[in-house]
Structure formats: C-alpha cells, structure tokens
Design a protein around this ligand. Structure first.
Ligand code: NAD
Length: 436
C-alpha cells in the first residue's frame, strides 16, 4: 500500500518506518526542512532503540521517502496518517491548530478517495472537526479515522511492531477494510484490532494515559506515606503487585511522570471534562501530586545541607524524562535543575542521549560532563533523575573518589538501601528508609 505520514517526530518517524518494514511504500512529510534533509540523507533525527536499523534498510530498499511538500507527499497515497503535535494550549486543552491546518490543506489537494487517519492524541470530537475542515474545499469522497497511537518512547519500535492492541475508530466499512489490511501484519500473534466509533477511539487514548498517570501518582503518594510511617515502598509495591487485579507493572514510585504525553493528556482530559461541566476530581489530584513529586528530592537536599545551597555543586545523572529516549519534554530533571540553580547551586549534568536537547533548551545554565563519572568531580552530592540502565550498577569506588561527600539523592530507587549503608553512603530515595 502507498501511505503518507504527515509529521516525522517520535510517532511519525516510527510509524512511517514500521509501515515501510511491512512492505508499504511510505512518504513522510514534515515542514521542518532541516529534519527532512537529514532524514533523506540517512540520518535518524531521534534516539529510539532499534529504529536506525529499520530506517536504513527501508531507505535503501526505497520504501521510505521524505519531503517537505504535502502535495507531493500525498499524491499516490491511499492512506494519510496525521502524526502532528497536539501541545497544550493556554487553557490546558489540546491545541488542534497543527491538525486542522493540515486538514484544511488536504481538502484543497485531494483528487481521489483517501483515508485520513488521526494518529495524534486528540480530544473527542476532533474527527468531526477534521472532516469539516477537509470538506470545506474537497470535491472527492474521503474518510477520517481515529487511530490513536500507544507506543512508548524507548521501546517504540517494539510497541509498534507488536502492539498490545490497535484501536481503529471509524463507522466507514471502506476505511475499516483498508485499515484492517494495513495493520494485519502487526497483530499476527493474536493481539486484537479493536474497531469502534471515532469518539470512543479518541477517548480511549486519553483514558489509557490518564489511568497510567493515576497509577504513578497513586504510588507516589503511597511512597510519601511510607516515609512518614516508616514502611518500605518496595515491599508494599511487591505486596500489592502480585494481585492480578493490580499487576506488577507501573508501580514504581519516583520523582513524577514527565514526557510529551502524560502531563498534557491528563490536563487535556480535565479540560474536556470541564467543557461538559464535569469535575474530574481524581485527575485534578493526579496532576497536583505530580507537580509536588517532580520536586520531591529538593527539600531533602536542602535539609541535608541545612537549608543553604549557595555555592554547593551537584552532579545530576539523567535528563531524559525516562530511559532509552532523548526526549526531555516535561522531564523532572529540568525542574530539579531550576530549583537548585534558583537556590544558588551549580549543577553538572550527564545523560547518555539527552545532553544535546538540554543544551539547546537551557544552554549554560548547567555544565555538561563528557562522561558519567567526570560529572562527579568536586560535587557535594550526586542526584539521580532518570533510571538509565548504565546508572544501575555504577562503579561506587569511582563515585566515592570523585564526590566531596558520599551523598546520593536517588529519585528512581536504583540501589539497595542496605548496600548503600554498608558502603557508607548517605543515601536518600523515594518511599524507603533513609540511611544517614
Ligand atoms: P513531535 O513534536 O515529536 O513531532 C511532530 C512533528 O510534526 C514535528 O517533526 C514537526 O516538525 C511536524 N509538523 C508540525 N507541523 C507540521 C505540518 N504542518 N506539516 C508537516 N509536519 C508538521 O510529536 P510526537 O511526539 O511525535 O507526537 C505527535 C502526536 O502523537 C501528539 O499528538 C502526541 O500526543 C501523540 N503521541 C505521542 C507519543 C510519544 O511517545 N511521543 C505516543 C503516542 C501518541
């Protein structure tokens, strides 16, 4: 099948590459000429494990093309995916201007039947708006399908190639058949394609992300309570996770959720609820807890240094909002950096993949270390903000040799508390006993 993907960010590039991998001819369109130039010349523009190999193969086999021209990009396509940004607007609602602008352009360009697929995360009712925007100028038949994307950055290729489920929202038989064919190779193991109406598909994505964010904030509150009551959140987590109804996954406490999805999607669902005069109480609490949790370590750090961080220097490991990605959108590390710098401290950071993005965003607000261990030189303490595997079993001799004091504030509970005590560290983590 010939398909087009409009928007080649984290979702669009993975979507386009994976559809090419199953034999489709894919043209990816982006307004960012620099990105298109890099991609066309074989350079992958995001860090995503496993993507490069697939990308190179499909570029070489001439199943993957890039252009800045929407007109050229959609010419022969049967299906057009919109993988465009839907950032939060000033009132928290998803900003649909990227989607509706392209929909408007498509209306002028369509000359034969095509399926236009919303892959972006969009509020209920967006499919109707996209239909209206296209129909204004369009003289040919078309269908709009809601097909939300559930991939997780860091394992996006695996998630796309073997999705837990594919959700397809459409009432058109014609579109349903085409979408079913396109996705058939991805669900051969038996995971379902779930067909539904457009509105239910749109809400499914927000419900999924909001539920997961709720799970995180819930565990973060349990962690706070553990510290106050003298319990150990690791034990509680294991104790509850073995119940099938709760499940083991996604129960790890930490310094809050970040990224380009959970914060904006929870906010957008709250706004959608307000618009229909419904007060979604749980989600308001989920957001409040997360705001507090992002800075969870800061009072602990201040308390350790008797409330005065002026002139203190910190090493910070982990900038990406989670491991295996270079995405720093809404990353808790950035909030911690702001708080430390505002309190008069200096920070040297290290991240395996996200340094360049941080440099572009905050420049010389922090210093950038070449290596995880050189970041520690002359630091008063180490702070850990992202659970990259490479931080899990570090060389503690190197750490203690470089740090001024053996002090670690760990926002991701990477190390065993007892082991840290044995090694003589002052170690603070989330929801567990502090070893002084
Ligand atoms: P992104 O910001 O990484 O990429 C968006 C791309 O669209 C950019 O390359 C941008 O240049 C391009 N673009 C903007 N306007 C354009 C236009 N008029 N024509 C062509 N290209 C244009 O965004 P993303 O993270 O890929 O997210 C896209 C959507 O998918 C969002 O709605 C997001 O909520 C949703 N989503 C994201 C993830 C994720 O993990 N990132 C997962 C599931 C769903």
């Amino acid at each position: 099948m010939k398909i087009t993907v409009v928007g080649t960010g984290y979702v669009g590039l993975v979507t386009g590459t994976c559809f090419a991998e199953t034999g489709n001819e894919v043209t990816c369109v982006d307004i960012d000429a620099n990105k298109v130039k890099k991609l066309s010349s074989g350079q992958v523009t995001i860090y995503e494990p496993g993507l490069e190999k697939l990308f190179e193969r499909n570029l070489k086999e001439e199943r993957l093309f890039f252009t800045t021209s929407l007109e050229e990009g959609i010419r022969d396509a049967e299906v057009i995916f919109l993988a465009l940004p839907t950032p939060p607007g000033a009132d928290g609602a998803a900003d649909l201007s990227f989607i509706l602008k392209v929909a408007d352009q498509l209306g002028k360009l369509l000359t034969d039947y095509k399926v236009i697929v919303d892959k972006s995360t969009v509020p209920v009712g967006t499919a109707e708006k996209v239909i209206a925007a296209i129909a204004q100028n369009c003289k040919t038949a078309f269908d709009v399908v809601s097909n939300p994307e559930f991939l997780r950055e860091g394992v996006a290729v695996d998630d796309f190639m073997k999705p837990d489920r594919v959700v397809i929202g459409t009432n058109s038989e014609r579109a349903r058949k085409i979408m079913g064919e396109l996705y058939a190779p991805f669900v051969r193991q038996g995971n379902p394609i779930i067909y539904m109406d457009e509105k239910s598909a749109e809400l499914t994505k927000y419900a999924a992300n909001s539920f997961l964010a709720t799970k995180i904030s819930f565990m973060n509150e349990i962690a706070v309570l553990c510290e106050k009551l003298g319990a150990d959140v690791d034990m509680v987590r294991r104790g509850i996770g073995s119940d099938d109804r709760i499940g083991k996954r996604f129960l790890f406490p930490g310094i809050g959720y970040g990224g380009s999805c959970f914060p904006k999607d929870v906010q957008a669902l709250v706004k959608s609820s307000q618009d229909v005069e419904y007060d979604f109480k749980i989600l308001n609490a989920v957001m409040d807890v997360n705001e507090r949790q992002k800075l969870f370590l800061v009072p602990k750090i201040k308390a350790y240094f008797n409330g005065d961080l002026k002139g203190k220097h910190f090493a910070l490991w982990g900038l990406a909002f989670k491991p295996n990605t270079d995405d720093i959108r809404e990353a808790p590390a950035l909030y911690i950096i702001d708080a430390l710098v505002a309190a008069g401290a200096t920070v040297t950071v290290f991240d395996p993949e996200a340094m360049e993005n941080v440099r572009q965003l905050i420049g010389d607000k922090v210093q950038y270390a070449e290596h995880q261990y050189t970041s520690l030189d002359h630091a008063d303490a180490l702070i850990i903000a992202t659970e990259w595997s490479v931080f899990r079993t570090p060389d503690f001799h190197k750490i203690s040799a470089s740090l001024k004091n053996k002090v670690i504030f760990d926002g991701r509970n990477l190390f065993e508390v007892a082991r840290m005590k044995e090694m003589g560290y002052h170690y603070e983590s989330v929801g567990r006993i502090t070893i002084a």
